[in-house]
Design a binder for this molecule. Structure first.
Ligand SMILES: [Zn+2]
Length: 97
């Protein structure tokens, strides 16, 4: 049995549920992935709420269509969710490993 716990990159508190964020510097071509708890995702969530939703990808239906039931599905998304196709592929690989 293998248990994987994703902790917040800021507080590293294992008791907190986290969400994965991808931050991209479009002009610089730099992309970073971070996992943040509800508290520490607030600055990003606030920014995202003001930003155009052009790059927002909702994965809920896609994940269901693919028959995927990731362990992380237990956490309840609240509000904005940012997941890129690259992130989906990465998760698929992690689950397959
Ligand atoms: Zn945190």
């Amino acid at each position: 049995m293998r248990v994987t716990v994703t902790v917040c990159d800021v507080c590293e508190d294992a008791e907190r549920e986290t969400r994965s964020w991808q931050i991209r510097d479009v002009s610089g071509g730099v992309t970073g992935n971070v996992d943040l708890c509800e508290e520490h995702e607030q600055p990003l969530a606030a920014l995202l709420a003001k930003a155009p939703a052009s790059s927002t990808v909702k994965t809920k239906t896609k994940a269901r269509a693919a028959g995927a039931t990731p362990a992380k599905a237990r956490y309840r998304p609240h509000g904005i969710k940012v997941t890129t196709p690259e992130e989906i592929e990465k998760k698929k690989r992690e689950q397959g490993a």
